[in-house]
Design a binder for this molecule. Sequence first.
Ligand SMILES: Nc1nc(=O)c2c([nH]1)NC[C@@H]1CN(c3ccc(C(=O)N[C@@H](CCC(=O)O)C(=O)O)cc3)C=[N+]21
Length: 314
Amino acid sequence: MTDRAAKARKQGSDMSADIIDGKAFAAKVRGQIAGQVARMKADHGITPGLAVILVGEDPASQVYVRNKGTQTLEVGMHSYEHKLPAETRAEDLYALIDRLNADPAVHGILCQFPVPAHLSETEIVARIDPSKDVDGLHVVNAGLLASGQRAMVSCTPLGCLMLLRDRLGSLSGLNAVVVGRSNLVGKPMAQLLLRDSCTVTIAHSRTKDIAAVCRGADILVAAVGRPRMIPGDWIKPGATVIDVGINRVDAPERGPGKTRLVGDVDFDSAKEVAGAITPVPGGVGPMTIACLLANTLTACCRIHGLPEPDGLTA
Ligand SMILES: Nc1nc(=O)c2c([nH]1)NC[C@@H]1CN(c3ccc(C(=O)N[C@@H](CCC(=O)O)C(=O)O)cc3)C=[N+]21
């Protein structure tokens, strides 16, 4: 049975949704990357390198940066971590970015956000060489993507696209609703879906009757950052639901002071309606890091004029 047939069968039935295993898919993607990195070393003597900048000591950011560093090394790339004190002056941060831009061993540069309030994320991103901008945030990359040209594409939307293509095959003609309009996720996600010939709606906090808009979605991508905002009765039966939200909430049921991660979708009610849904954790999050590594490999290939890796770009 094809995926679409399975989806059709699920409509109107009371089966619960397939859970999309982002963790397993991400491990597969990292395996592919590791193979291509090994070949790159053997054939060309080039090792892709990723530089991650962390300003300040936000505990969640420290965990993410550590995970990124470990996974970068696991696929055989070089990892360069730059931890700067919270009070770092903008000019010193820019001097570091300039050095990394000029460093031939560095193919990808990421500055972990949020940064302390005295620094400007916009100006930091503008300082990064667009060809090394593995977050896809530079206006040059946003513009290239929007005009259908070869760009560096933000890691989270790229990961969501890989999961959707794996699940659905062709996305052509499907109604896609993206909830959230951030530069990091919502906007590039909408561009990618449009490029795959979806009919795309971007919904947000001011959208009128957002529930009805979501109910029209064959593909629903939630990227608002509000815990469990989207209930099951906003979801079209059989829809594919991609939950980008990673929200830490109190979990007194786990003991005093305990917390846990939840998405922007109310998973328990949504899974009774959707055809397939990504869990949090274990859904989009691991794909984001896998795509960061994919983007670093892609940037390295482009910088050296080598053919781009298969299946790892948009
Ligand atoms: N310039 C920049 N680019 C980013 O891409 C960026 C950033 N800044 N700042 C912070 C957010 C957050 N982010 C995550 C990546 C992976 C997981 C991830 O792997 N999550 C796991 C588990 C996480 C856990 O257990 O804490 C999961 O969802 O299964 C989460 C969050 C990237 N971000």
